[in-house]
Design a protein around this ligand. Sequence first.
Ligand SMILES: [Fe+2]
Length: 426
Amino acid sequence: MSLFDGYGNRISTSFHEARDHYDLGVHQFLGANHGACEAFLASVTADPDFALGHAAQARAHMMEGRMTEAKAAIAQAEALAPKADSRERSHIAAFSLVLAGHPGAACAAIRAHVQAHPRDALAAQMCTNVFGLIGFSGEVGREAELLAYTEALLPHYGDDWWMMSMHALSLCETGQIAASQSLMDKALALNPRNANGAHFRAHAQYEAGETSAGRRYLSGWIADYDDRAVLHGHLSWHIALWALHDGDEAAMWAAVDSRVGPGGAKGLPINVLTDTAAILYRAEIAGFAVEPARWQQISDYAARYFPEAGQSFAEMHAALSHAMAGDGDRLARIAETAKGFAGDLVRPVARAWGEIARENWPAALESLSQVMATTERFGGSRAQRDLVELAYVNVLMKLGLVEEARRTLLSRRPVLAKAPPVLGLH
Ligand SMILES: [Fe+2]
């Protein structure tokens, strides 16, 4: 007897218990909630031969930063794959490419896979979101590519909260804020506990300049969100960022210390590093004093968790941390050897951070200017890349070019020009 998952895909298990736990895991995983790993474990405990259950568990392990366990689980899935059907084998093979360190091939495999199996949500998910395979492709125009990807899938999903939230995210990141907010409200009405939905509802509010309303909304939403879940630290960063924009320094540091930075956050190292480095430097740009020990701490964290070159978005923030901590050796390694998906941009931005730390503003402007045309290639969201936008504006300010700074912000990030979070630009 064949069973089908919650999205109508045939699955190679005849155990209802395995199917039910798998569906629960998919629900938790797609909503960025805690509990997916436990659910997938229960699924493969009920049916140890369920290959896709093992692959799903590998996904959940990876999402929680346990790469050794993820590789063991995908090896189990690969061993059992001959018992699975062609969709499941294709799904497992695509994720194997991710874990083997071949994101480009994985992205191509997923794009082909969803042509045949558009409702294989767990597979489709790999190319969605700003941290997905398209988001981290390093390609010019990847935001438009993400929009085209979710737009093509959306009609296959009917009133599905997850796909609606993913398309709303794509709309937000291409500047279609009202359409994003409208679709995200529908998605959140169907599943109010979808953290991806709350996350990009907050992004839309950020893009609309709704600081007070956004701060209120997200602070309320996160109160019921498990602090072990993958987005807890990053949503706390959004709250801290809005506190910064509001001039509420005490609330900003409270959030950074308890939920964003090393020691406080339980999230993925890439979020801990990038969110902490970004808020520290954005605080400096806004005129708040940042203790040197904070930079030393995040520099040490970056060196520990990202010792190898490769993840450009992380490296861009690691270089900032090393520069501000005054660690020339760590900085030089990135500035000279970065070779990830946007390595050619990481090298000049790393040099710029070093020049900024030395207050060599003309040289900083020269280096930073080299990356401004295509910052989307770094990956991440627009709100995250405002780190680079604000750094550029701040360099202009340091050079006494106040009018140029004002015009730059107005032309590149008009939402921030209303109340610039830059000292001296109000
Ligand atoms: Fe975000």
